[in-house]
Design a protein around this ligand. Structure first.
Ligand code: CO
Length: 197
């Protein structure tokens, strides 16, 4: 079987297993979605949003990109946030970073990677904002880890400062923004305690 057909076979097996365990599951999902969470995470294959928080289909609305960035001119990410806030009325937005993030690590070098260098420029901006604290650390690993953490903090700020959240809070909508970080080496998700409401 070719590698790509394995995916289709696995899907078939999964769909039958779910149906066997919960016969009404797909019927229930067909009626629509009302997730309470919006997850903004890294595209890294080791940080699958649903899986690491034990969520099932319908639980979380997800946006992922390289290094879990929220850029004020990124119409893709902003559209996801607007839909989640204005239409789905999620209660929580989680920006989730992770240690050992390739995007964060790449932004700390002067190497050229092509088009993505423009995207990584935004992480370099985050580095400059926290440069003193980061540079004071001894090892490269400590520096990378801190940049992964402060990057989450800055993206939480970007979510909060978006016109979408400002308007939602202005009209009294109940919505909180959180910053989490995930450790790919032990599977543990940590709250960075930067929640805003
Ligand atoms: Co990453």
């Amino acid at each position: 079987m070719s590698d790509i057909n394995i995916l289709l076979e696995k899907n078939k097996a999964w769909a039958s297993k779910v149906k066997a365990e919960q016969p009404e599951f797909f019927e229930y999902l067909s009626a629509g979605q009302s997730p309470e969470y919006l997850w903004i995470g890294c595209a890294d294959s080791r940080v699958p949003a649903n899986e690491i928080i034990g969520a099932i289909s319908g639980d979380i609305f997800v946006h992922r990109n390289i290094a879990n960035m929220v850029i004020h001119t990124d119409i893709n990410c902003l559209s996801v946030i607007q839909y989640a806030v204005d239409i789905l009325k999620v209660k929580h937005i989680i920006v989730c970073g992770h240690y050992d993030c390739g995007g964060v690590k790449a932004s700390m070098t002067d190497e050229e990677y092509g088009l993505i260098d423009n995207w990584l420029g935004h992480i370099k901006d985050v580095y400059r904002l926290h440069q003193e604290k980061i540079d004071a650390l001894e090892t490269e690993k400590e520096k990378q880890d801190l940049l992964c953490e402060v990057n989450v903090l800055e993206q939480v700020k970007n979510v909060c400062n978006s016109s979408i959240l400002r308007k939602a809070w202005e009209r009294g909508q109940d919505i909180k923004v959180h910053g989490f970080i995930y450790d790919v080496s032990d599977g543990v998700l940590k709250d960075l305690n930067v929640s805003v409401d």
